[in-house]
Design a protein around this ligand. Structure first.
Ligand code: NAD
Ligand code: DAU
Length: 352
């Protein structure tokens, strides 16, 4: 029997690697193709445990290269696409917005075109799943939650590029009838996240006794979800989501940055055997991120009600597991923080 071929983009990145692992292990009857450009954020070492699996193939390719993407669809007869590849870091989008336009907008449209051309004779049993972010909805100031019906109001070059890609996915569904689903998720945390993002950056800095650069007053609020729970939600949306629908994903788990950082500091003191309060002394307030969104908060009731998803981990357990992972995988951290990443880090934080 021919295996069902599914293309997962961005599978060498943080969330993508958890999605690839889940699909390779849970669905031996699928063949999973992981397409990734391997930018600074893509790391095949995230997948060493499954790289020899018979139902897994890695493809190095750039979504901006339309011809390469078209020919991959002709060669492999993909029946499904789960699209995670993106430039994903807000700070980088402020210094280099064009990278975000190219990968997140042009790359997504190239992928849509390739899927449409390959599938247009028969859209039956085909699905284009676009993985997006809650940041497309903008910033909450007066309470309330983001619903699937909340109007888009992106505020950073990153979120504008993701909003644009969401619009293209819906436009292709409306115009060409390509079957699609979209999900918009809140902040993820867990193993394998590149240490430019708040939680792994701060864990690594605490380990190395480096300052913890808190933007502004640390009052911004984010809604944190353990990455494996996002991967489980993606599995459910892919298999049970309704054509043309959007699902918001989040943990109902809001934290101000400063409260979250204090939890990380306290847990790190215990894990490293340091006197309580040692890590908090590293907190350093720095110039705020330009256009910094105040609060994100997802109402995830639709996916819970309609697809039966719910987070499996409480935050206290998830953050402890996460810290343990980074402390037992120091070689992973040391490898990704060398070379180009070190230069990037100096450029961003050198003058703060
Ligand atoms: P990441 O930066 O860790 O990984 C992105 C991956 O995409 C990398 O492996 C990179 O090499 C690859 N990539 C980048 N440009 C490419 C290109 N032109 N062609 C092919 N591959 C390319 O990102 P992440 O945090 O894992 O996010 C994955 C997706 O989930 C993104 O679409 C992001 O917008 C979305 N998302 C992330 C979060 C979060 O908290 N991290 C929350 C909600 C949604
Ligand atoms: O909400 C989903 C989004 O979450 C995803 O779409 C993005 O891809 C992902 O990067 C994340 O965006 P944020 O900007 O919220 O994540 P980040 O880890 O960069 O920052 C989290 C918060 O911490 C934010 O308010 C900024 C603050 N921060 C961040 C860094 C890197 C600091 O105070 N200091 C820092 O050094």
């Amino acid at each position: 029997m021919t295996k069902k071929s599914i293309l997962i983009t961005g599978g060498a990145g943080f969330i993508g690697s958890h999605v690839v692992r889940l699909f390779v292990q849970k669905y031996p009857d699928y063949h999973i193709f992981n397409l990734d450009k391997l930018t600074y954020a893509g790391n095949l070492k995230n997948l060493t445990d499954i790289e020899q699996a018979p139902n897994y193939t890695f493809i190095k390719a750039d979504l901006v290269d339309a011809l390469a993407i078209e020919s991959l669809f002709q060669k492999h007869q993909f029946e499904g696409v789960i699209h995670l590849a993106a430039e994903s870091h807000v700070d980088r989008s402020i210094t280099n917005p064009m990278d975000f336009v190219m990968t997140n907008v042009v790359g997504t449209v190239n992928l849509l075109n390739a899927a449409k051309n390959a599938w247009k004779a028969d859209f039956n049993n085909k699905l284009f799943y676009h993985v997006s972010t809650d940041e497309v909805y903008g910033s909450l100031h007066d309470g309330g939650f983001f619903l699937e019906t909340t109007p888009y109001d992106p505020q950073s070059p990153y979120s504008a590029s993701k909003a644009s890609s969401d619009h293209f996915v819906r436009a292709y569904h409306n115009t060409y009838k390509i079957p699609v689903v979209i999900s918009n998720c809140s902040n993820n945390y867990g193993p394998n996240q590149f240490p430019e993002k708040l939680i792994p950056l701060f864990i690594n800095n605490i380990r190395n006794n480096k300052p913890l650069p808190v933007y502004g007053k640390g009052e911004n609020v984010r809604d944190w979800l353990y990455v494996v729970d996002h991967a489980r939600a993606i599995d459910m949306v892919y298999h049970k989501g309704k054509n043309g629908e959007t699902y918001n994903i989040g943990g109902f788990n809001e934290w101000t940055n400063i409260d979250l950082i204090k939890v990380v500091c306290k847990t790190m003191d215990v894990k490293l055997g340091r006197t309580p309060g040692t890590s908090e002394q590293l907190i350093t307030y720095v110039t705020d991120r330009a256009g910094h969104d105040l609060r994100y908060a997802i109402d995830a009731q639709k996916i819970m009600r309609e697809l039966g998803w719910e987070p499996s981990l409480q935050f206290e357990e998830g953050i402890e597991k996460t810290i343990d992972w980074y402390l037992t995988n120091q070689q992973w951290m040391d490898e990704v923080t060398s070379g180009d990443y070190a230069n990037y880090y100096d450029n961003l934080y050198g003058n703060r």
